[in-house]
Write a protein that binds this ligand. Structure first.
Ligand code: HAM
Length: 447
């Protein structure tokens, strides 16, 4: 009898194995994103998967969904309170100060790619462990930084063949946001009875979150709610205008969404999201399952949020009592991968054109040596070293679509030769093994 219970052979709720074709898609997304980030001068950072629990809290906002209900907090044997990182911006700022990055030329431009953890209700496109690719520009207050992260995120989607909608808004700063908050409170107090249970509570603690609520009654109230853009101060207005000028100069199309506030409290000024309008099958399994920002009942229908970000000029004040204007974006790898999978396509890269067939022990040994020579020469060489029969190996070569097979039998192993078989015509030629790489290079080139 098995000693392990059947349920233990299943991944924990909200997590899954990523393998086979799916991991090829993930690799493709990460490669495209990394190449673009590196080209634009971003340097990679890997921060720990867990941090001190107190790091997130005031930084993300005590009344945000993440801090209120989604953090995986645990106590160590030594009594420390730690948390599995729910996002990558706060750790990046922590790392900036801890590693003395202030003494480097500014701004410091970082990118990261990895797993993040939120205790959410799992459904399509929403997991408890999920992948994000993120860019952060730390130490720059000019709009060119906002434009740079938006631009690169847009290029990543474009390179992957995804048509996204970019929504933009400004949520002001500590000078102008209080007046907007006051107006929001006045407006929503008048309609208090129509608010959902959560929003009744939020009205006291964090009225800005009311415009982000997806409950039907709150959505209706939002239509006539005051809009931040009417309250922004001149500096915020100018900054936003500069961002929009960059969008025009770079021919990046966008939609202004005056109600976009995002689900984290550290934002100031520019906020933005990239989304796709979802098809019927993309819809979350249960529309009322919860209310965070990734799927939104916008006027144009259901949308799936693939990435988002914004400026966070006060986060360093909260974490380190320092001034550090900054802006960033994170993309949700799971959701991008799901979309690409649904659309089909080949992500396996270039298939090997050459297949190595070996017959007998001596030939197997020669094969291992030859494989390494092909690797060094940069020619992909497929093989099935565990197989013994020529028929079986030829079958695999044909299945893989190889143009040529290289055959080393007992005789060839003894006299240092090899046979090249053209898989289309079936014609064969024997030659010294030392010449095979050169010959194959020529053949592949001529095809
Ligand atoms: P966020 O909006 O919380 O922002 O997450 C960014 C993206 O991660 C979302 O647009 C979504 O695609 C993906 N995502 C979030 N939660 C899940 C989940 N449970 N399952 C699958 N995908 C998910 C941030 O995290 C900010 N740190 C972004 C940022 C960077 N702001 C400035 N710099």
């Amino acid at each position: 009898m098995s000693k392990v219970k059947k349920e233990l052979l299943k991944t924990a709720r909200g997590t899954r194995d990523i393998w086979g074709d799916e991991i090829l898609i993930w690799d493709k997304i990460r490669t495209v994103a990394e190449e673009l980030a590196k080209f634009y001068g971003f340097k990679k950072i890997e921060t720990p998967h867990f941090e001190h629990a107190e790091l997130f809290g005031a930084s993300l906002g005590e009344t945000t969904d993440i801090v209120e209900k989604q953090m995986y907090i645990f106590r160590t044997r030594g009594g420390d309170s730690l948390v599995l990182r729910p996002e990558g911006t706060v750790p990046s700022v922590r790392a900036y100060f801890e590693n003395g990055m202030a003494s480097l030329p500014q701004p410091v431009m970082l990118y990261y790619s990895g797993s993040f953890f939120r205790h959410e209700s799992p459904q399509k496109g929403r997991f408890r462990e999920f992948g994000q690719f993120g860019l952060e520009i730390l130490g720059e207050d000019l709009a060119v930084a906002d434009a740079t992260v938006i631009r690169i995120a847009g290029l990543i989607f474009k390179e992957l063949g995804l048509e996204t909608v970019l929504e933009l808004n400004t949520i002001g700063d500590k000078e102008c946001r209080p007046a907007y908050r006051r107006e929001l409170v006045i407006y929503y107090r008048k309609h208090f009875n129509y608010l959902c249970k959560d929003c009744k509570r939020r009205l006291k603690e964090n009225p800005l979150r009311l415009v982000d609520c997806k409950e039907e009654s709150c959505l209706n109230l939002k239509k006539n709610a005051p809009q931040m853009i009417e309250y922004v101060c001149d500096e915020c207005k100018n900054h936003f205008k500069d961002v929009l000028d960059f969008m025009d100069a770079l021919e990046i199309s966008y939609r202004l969404n005056p109600h976009l506030v995002r689900g984290l409290d550290y934002y100031t000024r520019t906020v933005f999201e990239f989304a796709v309008d979802a098809t019927e099958q993309d819809r979350p399994a249960s529309p009322d399952a919860r209310s965070d920002s990734e799927t939104r009942q916008a006027s144009q229908g259901r949308r799936v949020e693939l990435g988002g970000g914004g400026r966070y000029d006060y986060l360093a004040q909260i974490l380190a009592s320092k001034d550090l204007p900054a802006v960033g974006v994170s993309l949700g790898i799971d959701r991008i991968a799901e979309l690409l999978k649904e659309r089909g396509g080949n992500f396996s890269g270039e298939a090997a054109k050459v297949f190595l067939i070996q017959l007998g022990e001596a030939a197997k040994k020669k094969s291992l040596k030859l494989l390494e020579e092909f690797r060094k020469a940069g020619i992909p060489l497929a093989q099935s070293l565990s197989k013994d029969s020529i028929r079986g190996q030829l079958k695999i070569a044909a299945k893989l679509g190889a143009s040529y097979s290289l055959i080393i039998g007992q005789k060839e192993a003894m006299d240092g030769t090899i046979i090249i078989r053209d898989m289309d015509s079936g014609s064969q030629e024997a030659l010294p093994v030392g010449k095979v790489i050169e010959r194959i290079k020529l053949k592949v080139k001529m095809r």
